[in-house]
Write a protein that binds this ligand. Structure first.
Ligand code: HPA
Length: 277
């Protein structure tokens, strides 16, 4: 089962039929939004709006743990995460898609794990994740390949087939927000290897991986990062760009989910093997 997370400006999926709206509670609180069950060409998907309807959750207050846990309850094994980003790499232009392949975490105050040892939240379930949490285990997951290689290669093929302007790799730097970055912070990110900057990519990917899900990040460049464009950044610019790309995003997702309608063969589900102390 595939779950899609929509970012800024993406509160629904263009051209998809909504067949059900689900409200859930999780041991980690309520997810950001109701979960939409959507259909496209006979395939059933789950869709969640990261910032909630009416964009009520700022990046640092998004209930990331509840969101991924809600997906887990519905049997989601693969997550496609959509997000607007600023371009740090000068080759990346507004409107480009980026299939990210690595992460720099620059956040400061987010709950970024399910595994809190003896302080873990009580959960139900019989699988490995539930056992690790019930037994209060300390778990260190590998982060050397956070983004599913199989999903990434399907995504690249999809962008190629649709002849969209894209970059097949890129390091995502996640800042705490909610303010945009300073020019000095962007120069720092550039020097340490960041290509794009956003405020929501972390801890989302890590939480998905802690639940042994596959995760891929499809970023849409909304603006040149602070100090690069030489003008003041606004949320308006970001939302407008995302609205312009809405139809192409819908086309990418439709084709991608068709390509993903087969078994996982990437090894992502084995991430918890050997991870507990
Ligand atoms: N910085 C952080 N997050 C963003 C940006 C940015 O420039 N653009 C879109 N999301």
């Amino acid at each position: 089962m595939i779950g899609i997370i929509g970012g800024s400006g993406l509160y629904r999926l263009e051209g998809f039929e909504v067949v059900e709206r689900l409200r859930v509670r999780t041991p980690f609180g309520e997810p950001s939004s109701e979960i939409l069950v959507v259909h496209t060409e006979g395939i059933k998907l789950f869709f969640l709006s990261r910032h909630g309807e009416g964009h009520i959750y700022p990046p640092h207050l998004v209930p990331y743990r509840a969101n991924l846990w809600a997906f887990r309850e519905f049997g989601v094994k693969r997550v496609i995460a959509l997000s607007a980003v600023g371009a740090v790499n000068k080759r990346f232009k507004p409107g480009d898609f980026v299939v990210i392949d690595d992460l720099l975490d620059l956040t400061k105050r987010r709950k970024d794990t399910y595994y809190e040892g003896k302080f873990s939240s009580p959960v139900s379930g019989e699988d490995k994740v539930a056992r690790l949490l019930k037994e209060g285990k300390v778990v260190h997951i590998d982060a050397s390949q956070l983004y599913c290689p199989q999903m990434r290669s399907h995504l690249i093929e999809t962008l190629e087939e649709l002849k969209l302007s894209y970059h097949p790799s890129g390091t995502y730097a996640c800042t705490e927000g909610p303010r945009f970055e300073t020019p000095a912070e962007i120069r720092f990110i550039e020097r340490v290897g960041g290509d794009v900057v956003g405020m929501t990519g972390y801890p989302e990917v890590v939480l998905a991986r802690e639940l042994a899900m596959c995760y891929c990040g499809l970023c849409i460049v909304a603006n040149p990062a602070a100090g690069i464009a030489g003008y003041r950044l606004t949320s308006e610019e970001v939302i407008n760009l995302m609205k312009q790309r809405e139809q192409d995003i819908g086309r990418v997702i439709r084709l991608l989910v068709k390509r993903l309608s087969h078994m996982r063969s990437c090894g992502c589900e084995k991430i918890l093997e050997g991870a507990e102390v």
